[in-house]
Design a protein around this ligand. Structure first.
Ligand code: ZN
Length: 203
């Protein structure tokens, strides 16, 4: 067994899903009352059908990362926040620097930093990973999900999709045993962008 309890012998399916892509923005808002917190949550909840929302912190410092195909929403959101709250910081991208600012402000204000995905290759925090790989067993039951940032995804984009999937897994910090040397067989999937069945390399 490996550290996360996934034994590659039982992985029988690998699915690959690209993130939706789009412009990312981060909003940091200082709240003064519970009412502030509630109306902020309502605002971002209402946006969820139109944009991807990842909450980064809660408490006095409420922060969100959002991703959208329609950047005009980001300006509108900034306008609404700035007209309702005294302290609003907005950045038109997510990077380790803004994440460190969120962390520090959380510590200063006693707010809670919420967990977000980190790239399983370089370790960089990324609320909207570029690629997500899901490992499933014989019954299609999900065993583990791995995510990769845009930089790592781009650096491993390979000649074929199969090579790409295997290079991600072999660059992953997790030891997948012989899984990254398995033979992958393309399988039909309506639910995923790409799906492969694993044929044992020994067989
Ligand atoms: Zn990465």
């Amino acid at each position: 067994m490996h550290d996360h309890g996934v034994d590659d012998k039982y992985v029988s399916e690998i699915s690959v899903d690209p993130g939706p892509g789009g412009t990312v923005a981060v909003y940091l808002v200082e709240t003064a009352t519970d009412e502030d917190t509630r109306s902020l949550r309502k605002l971002f909840d209402e946006l969820k059908p139109h944009i991807n929302v990842a909450q980064l912190s809660r408490g006095r410092l409420v922060s969100y990362a959002v991703q959208t195909q329609d950047p005009t929403i980001l300006d509108e959101l900034e306008r609404v926040l700035k007209s309702n709250y005294a302290f609003v910081v907005m950045q038109r991208s997510f990077d380790p620097v803004i994440y460190r600012v969120v962390k520090e402000l959380c510590a200063d204000t006693g707010s809670k930093l919420l967990s977000i995905p980190h790239c399983n290759i370089c370790g960089r925090p990324d609320p909207f990973p570029d690629t997500v790989i899901t490992l499933a067993d014989d019954n299609g039951e999900q065993m583990m999900s791995r995510c990769y940032c845009s930089t790592c995804t781009a650096s491993l984009m390979d000649r074929t999709n199969k090579d790409f999937v295997l290079s991600l897994l072999s660059a992953d910090r997790h030891d997948f045993g012989s899984l990254d040397r398995s033979k992958l067989v393309r399988s039909r999937a309506r639910s995923h962008y790409l799906r492969y069945k694993i044929r044992s390399s020994a067989g």
